[in-house]
Write a protein that binds this ligand. Structure first.
Ligand code: GLA
Length: 419
């Protein structure tokens, strides 16, 4: 086969395969502008906050220098409202010339120069949700443009499209992305348009076509939204959780930690349960002004390790006791047949004092003859050793707060060797 034939064969091959890009083997981590900066485009009034290349450069600087990249937050992602309302004469998307005067290839080079990866937003329909040009009828040309710009992550939204027949376009876009030869994480949104209308999305297809997908409504900056979203995930966990895993993830939407809506305790709760759900950890916060306590939550290495556990199992709500939800997720290390478990608590209580509850591991569905050590990942000094999975454990959860425990089985073989 000469090189021309080979290239032809490879291009056919690439365009007929389902997504198998080897990306997102653990839940993607990064920063996205939407929740904090929305469609703020008036740079005269808000020069430091408007959606512009300056904002992304500054946030890239902070991501790279303030410990976030080191902790795993590697993608910096532009959400909606970046584009010019007009395509170029060749039909290509282009950024708003006033707000992105250097162009997106230049911005992407800047981001890559910091050791970060570059993400962008598009929409499968005729317009984006914010009213900018959509990719309908331009899927291939847009996939190629994104690749030319050095895009590493595409969030493809679904506004202004027919949600009954939306899958076909997403599949096509996945193929065009693959055909560019550039590894691009592919975030789909079609369930977020179907599920709220009472339709059941095809999760088996999603896990073949997309690296992650938004299942449900947008998060807003409030505890109410966090708990509403979690309620939907809990109600639907039997249907959706098995489709999450290395390379393909359910996405309950951005972390709102560090903004205006969550208390310190509520922030720990969001982080704890997002970690247990193996949710993408996408911050959306002003990294210039975030306070240290919120930053510490976002950078907690042990909590991130739960989220990034290589098994990639999506945790589940297993018990609600005295209005405190308990979610569990099997993680490594596995000793003989016994997994370790992350155990996340989220309290719906508002009665003003840290409520003490008791439970046994066995009550949470954890059955093993091993002894477990329990570490409180936000307050590691509270380590407890318990004898069996039948022993009562007591913990305190603050009002509308969260706790994350890691239960690790004892390795008797190591102990015996030491003796
Ligand atoms: C939709 C998405 C949001 C955000 C906006 C942008 O609402 O769900 O996450 O991308 O569009 O307009």
């Amino acid at each position: 086969m000469n090189s021309g034939h080979l290239a032809f064969f490879l291009s056919i091959f690439a365009t007929t395969q389902a997504l198998d890009n080897g990306l997102a083997l653990t839940p993607p981590m990064g920063w996205m502008h939407w929740q904090r900066f929305r469609c703020l485009i008036d740079c005269d009034i808000y020069p430091d906050e408007c959606v512009s290349e300056n904002l992304f450069r500054v946030m890239a600087d902070h991501l790279a220098s303030d410990g976030y990249l080191e902790a795993g937050y590697e993608y910096i992602m532009i959400d909606d409202c970046w584009a010019s309302k007009e395509r170029t004469s060749e039909g290509k998307l282009q950024p708003d010339p006033i707000r992105f005067p250097s162009g997106l290839k230049n911005l992407s080079d800047y981001v890559h120069g910091k050791g970060l990866k570059f993400g962008i937003y598009g929409d499968y329909g005729t317009l984006t949700c914010g009213g900018y040009p959509g990719s309908k009828d331009y899927l291939e040309i847009d996939a190629n443009t994104f690749a030319e710009w050095g895009v590493d992550y595409l969030k493809l939204d679904g506004c202004y499209s027919d949600y009954h027949t939306i899958e076909g376009g997403y599949i096509k876009m996945g193929k065009y992305l693959n055909a560019t030869g550039r590894p691009i994480v592919y975030s789909c949104s079609w369930p977020a348009y179907q599920e709220p209308e009472g339709l059941k999305s095809n999760y088996s297809l999603l896990s073949e076509v997309c690296n992650l997908w938004r299942n449900w409504d947008d998060i807003e900056d409030s505890w109410y939204n966090v708990t509403e979203i979690l309620q939907w995930f809990a109600d639907n966990q039997d249907r959706i959780s098995q489709f999450s895993g290395p390379g393909h993830w359910n996405d309950p939407d951005m972390l709102i930690i560090g903004n205006y809506g969550l208390s310190f305790e509520q922030s720990k709760a969001q982080m704890a349960i997002w970690a247990v759900m193996a949710a993408p950890l996408i911050m959306s916060v002003d990294l210039r002004t975030i306070d240290q306590k919120a930053k510490d939550i976002l950078l907690n290495k042990d909590v991130i390790a739960v989220n990034q556990d290589p098994l990639g199992i999506m945790g589940r709500l297993v018990l609600t006791k005295e209005r405190i939800d308990i979610w569990t997720k099997p993680v490594l290390p596995k000793i003989d047949d016994s997994y370790s478990y992350a155990i996340g608590f989220l309290s719906h209580r508002v009665d003003g004092y840290p409520r003490r509850i008791n439970f046994t591991l066995s009550e949470l569905g954890i059955n093993s003859s091993k002894q477990y050590t329990l570490k409180d990942l936000f307050e590691p000094e509270n380590e407890q050793k318990i004898v069996t999975t039948k022993k009562l454990v007591f913990i305190r959860v603050k009002p509308t707060g969260g706790v994350l425990l890691l239960a690790t089985p004892e390795d008797n073989s190591i102990k015996n060797q030491k003796r």
